[in-house]
Design a protein around this ligand. Structure first.
Ligand SMILES: O=C(O)C(=O)C[C@H](O)[C@H](O)COP(=O)(O)O
Length: 220
């Protein structure tokens, strides 16, 4: 299969995953016992696509545990910053991978990977590095610091076929503005998984926060 066909297939997979829910929760697991109750709390709140970051040593195990226990969830890996990490998350059972930035090596590995990669970009030049290899979907990170909604509006001009999952500084107060943009598939953020709620095992609070956030975003 040609690289372009592989890239097109990856774009279609990312579209399917990112349009499951308007919110892609950015999840950091410190204690492996948190993995399943947290994932269930998000699913109960209407969020079925989960980005488990590799910021902690438990990230890979959390991905495996959630994948085995909750087949109804779309489980991906965040903070994938190297080819080795991409291969590790594939082995752990991740269904997609998200990176905060990109390298040429990671982009190439993403094209050949069995799971789709959503590479992070912050500038048009980084975007063009991905376009060159057939990528059409990107994480826009750090969204708020990199120009926010005005930057995404500006990118739509020269890159009309490209769509984004903006992440970084997005919360219940500004998510709606991002999601209103035609080139935004969903928004990523940690605001629906507050670290104190996870630490206190306040799963009901996470479910309620997810429900309220989804309802607010889907209101016409
Ligand atoms: O950790 C990763 O894998 C990243 O790529 C960065 C995260 O997506 C953002 O730091 C989330 O930003 P907040 O929603 O403002 O907390």
């Amino acid at each position: 299969m040609s690289n372009l066909t592989l890239a097109t297939q990856a774009t279609q997979q990312i579209d399917l995953i990112c349009r499951q829910s308007p919110i892609m929760p950015v999840i950091t697991i410190n204690d492996i016992s948190e993995a399943l109750p947290l994932a269930n709390a998000l699913l109960d709140g209407g969020i079925s696509t989960l980005e488990v970051t590799l910021r902690t040593q438990t990230g890979l195990d959390a991905i495996s545990i959630i994948r085995k226990a909750l087949p109804e969830a779309f489980v991906g890996a965040g903070t994938v910053t190297s080819v080795a990490m991409l291969n590790a998350v594939v082995d752990a059972g991740a269904q997609f991978a998200i990176s905060p930035g990109l390298t040429h090596e990671l982009l190439l590995a993403g094209i050949d990977s069995t799971i789709p990669l959503l590479p992070g970009i912050a500038t048009p030049s980084e975007l063009m590095q991905g376009l060159q290899l057939g990528y059409q979907r990107f994480k826009f990170f750090p969204a708020a610091a990199a120009g926010g909604v005005p930057a995404l509006k500006a990118l739509a001009g020269p890159f009309s076929d490209v769509c984004f999952c903006p992440t970084g500084g997005i919360n219940a107060n500004n998510a709606r503005e991002y999601l209103a943009l035609p080139n935004v598939m969903c928004v990523g953020g940690s605001w629906v998984v507050p670290s104190d709620a996870v630490r206190n095992k306040d799963w009901q609070r996470i479910t309620e926060l997810s429900k309220l956030s989804i309802q607010a975003l889907l209101q016409s």
